[in-house]
Design a protein around this ligand. Structure first.
Ligand code: ARG
Length: 600
């Protein structure tokens, strides 16, 4: 077996490919061996079935030939042919233990740096200034953060980008209103009270109220509308007083966003913000470059890019509007400047946009325009890692009772209140401070796990009761499993039994089926992370950790660890299984941004 720490499943696949090459033809050396975990053995390889059809051979006969070729390797205990031509492969206990021992000794749990050399620019969260950060931004924030953590653990250089909506004509209206109604200023005490009752976001709530008031006047009073439009011009031409007011609004909003990130334990900091305003000075240059390269077309006075196959109503091509006929720029121009910057300045090799699925046409057009402009080349991948929406517990679009958007801070408060209840019930001995701290991490973990265990493209319902259940696929179940193992290890430590050691070679104990199964699950960690990195789907990791926790529970139910009648070498081996499971869970939870607790 090669020393490189791939998964044993990958080793099995490699061996099957070598066998195919030997018994059929070397041309099959890169065939997908179709290896899966199986109920009948450790792994099942289905390639003989799929291939036999293509080769016009009898599948069982082909499987039998492969079986003969595979048999005799010391690390494979048995290969059986079953059914119409499945290959059932079971690994030898010592080989499995040897692999686990190597993972246990390694600080990275044997996970290779598979993304080394990549620079991933991850655009996520992207809330809008002067508007409440709402539940819609939660998905992007949590998925993006999990991807940033995972790709970075796998060795990529990760550039986090928070493309905050901090520029645009709406600021003219806001600033003008603020100047005309100083009493309604967001810093005013009375307005601020709207945000009370929540630990975060008082200021943005006030800004939100200001936004609504300004919008009302803008829509109702043509004279105000005109003054607001003049204010936009003042902002764009750098008028000091106007820019000062804009800066204050932005700073206030960003402070509130930062509070949410801190509460969620999200990696984003102020240094990661390059908002729309940052790109504003470059928009003319970007448009000139696109024009010089012949990418832009004239469309009723505006400048746009067209694509033969991106069609709208009546099969008319949908334009990517780069510059409006009045000379103004919008979201598209800014995103073109952004992608150019990510490639030229950050040296991004993989540009990942974690943004709502409703923007997929926008990103398809941005990527293709960037390709036409020659910014996006073959060595660089641009992906829209699209996310679905979050619904209310009733499965319908999430609205407050009065029909407004649901504030993120309020949802987090709901989760925290529920977490306090369930934790206090589970562990009445916790002190007040402990309860507060555990409830906080459980609530954040529950919200994150509910998000990250759902395929990112699917919609899901935000349901605090379900997400804080100790049974089932939840963050608290995983955190609780971690605390159980931590407690076993503490007891072992106190009894002077140490942290455990895998018995390898001849010293290795025979494994119970549950130990063997847990070992196989532990071995899959790195391969799971690689799959997340390829598909940009953190739910594969979330699902893996749940499977791992279940495998541990099954093991612990049938294999006593600390009981006195357990022989020392078996106990050491089981303690090592406990500790490696704990370490793998802790690492995996950390990559999802979930705290692994010592006690709860
Ligand atoms: N502010 C945008 C919104 O709320 C999201 C920004 C996404 N990132 C980007 N580069 N366009 O919809």
């Amino acid at each position: 077996m090669v020393e490189q720490m791939r998964s044993l499943a990958a080793e099995v696949g490699e061996a099957v490919r070598a066998a195919l090459s030997a018994v059929v033809s070397p041309e099959l050396a890169s065939e997908d061996p179709l290896v899966r975990r199986s109920e009948h053995a450790d792994y099942q390889a289905n390639v003989a079935l799929s291939l036999a059809k293509r080769l016009g051979r009898n599948p069982r006969e082909l499987a039998t030939a492969l079986r003969e070729e595979l048999t005799g390797r010391p690390w494979i205990a048995s290969v059986e042919v079953s059914g119409p031509g499945f290959l059932n492969v079971t690994l030898s206990g010592p080989a499995l233990l040897g692999r686990l021992a190597a993972r246990y000794e390694d600080a990275r749990l044997g996970v290779p740096l598979s993304q080394a050399g990549q620079t991933a620019v991850i655009d996520y969260s992207g809330p809008n200034v002067a508007k409440e950060m709402h539940v819609g931004h939660l998905r992007s924030t949590l998925i993006g953060d999990a991807l940033a953590r995972t790709l970075s653990f796998l060795g990529a250089r990760v550039v986090r980008q928070n493309h905050v909506g901090d520029w645009g004509t709406q600021f003219g209206m806001l600033i003008q209103y603020l100047f005309e109604h100083p009493e309604a200023a967001w810093r005013d005490k009375e307005v601020r009270q709207e945000g009370e009752g929540s630990r975060t976001g008082g200021a943005v709530s006030a800004l939100d109220a200001l936004y609504r008031a300004a919008r009302r006047e803008f829509d109702a009073d043509p004279a105000f509308k005109e003054r607001a439009q003049r204010r936009v011009v003042a902002l764009q031409s750098g008028d000091e007083e106007t820019v000062g007011a804009w800066r204050e609004i932005v700073a206030e909003s960003e402070g509130a966003f930062q509070q949410i990130y801190e509460r969620l334990g999200v990696l984003l900091t102020r240094d990661d913000v390059l908002g729309e305003s940052f790109y504003n000075p470059w928009l003319h240059e970007v448009v000139d470059e696109l024009r010089d390269k012949g990418v832009l077309e004239d469309s009723e006075g505006a400048k746009a890019v067209f694509f033969e196959d991106i069609l709208g109503p009546e099969d008319r091509p949908v334009p990517l509007l780069v510059q409006k006929s009045d000379g103004g720029f919008g979201y598209a121009a800014t995103d073109l400047a952004t992608i150019r910057h990510s490639i030229r300045e950050f040296g991004g090799t993989r540009l990942i946009y974690v943004v709502d699925a409703r923007q997929s046409q926008h990103f398809a057009m941005i990527f293709r325009t960037a390709r036409r402009a020659g910014w996006l080349t073959d060595g660089i991948e641009a992906v829209h890692a699209a996310n679905g929406t979050i619904n209310g517990p009733d499965g319908r679009p999430f609205k407050t009772r009065s029909g407004g958007t649901v504030r993120l801070a309020d949802l987090l408060d709901d989760a925290l209140n529920r977490a306090r209840e369930v934790i206090a019930e589970k562990d009445p001995d916790l002190s007040r401070d402990e309860l507060e701290s555990v409830a906080h991490f459980a609530a954040v973990g529950a919200v994150k796990y509910a998000e990250l265990s759902t395929s990112r493209t699917k919609d899901y319902s935000f349901d605090v009761t379900r997400m804080l259940s100790f049974n089932g696929q939840t963050g608290v179940y995983l955190q609780y499993t971690h605390t159980r193992i931590a407690s076993i290890l503490r007891k072992a430590e106190a009894a002077g039994l140490g942290r455990g050691r895998f018995g390898t070679g001849d010293a290795g104990p025979a494994l119970e089926p549950e130990e063997h199964a847990l070992g196989l699950a532990l071995d899959e960690f790195g391969a799971t992370l690689d799959a997340v990195a390829v598909a940009l789907e953190p739910h594969q990791l979330a699902g893996y950790l749940y499977g791992l926790a279940r495998a541990f529970t099954a093991f612990y139910e049938s294999c006593p660890v600390l009981r006195e009648d357990v022989a020392p070498e078996i106990r050491d081996n089981r303690l090592a299984l406990c500790d490696l499971t704990r370490a793998t869970l802790a690492q995996g939870l950390d990559l999802l941004g979930i705290a692994a607790l010592e006690r709860m």
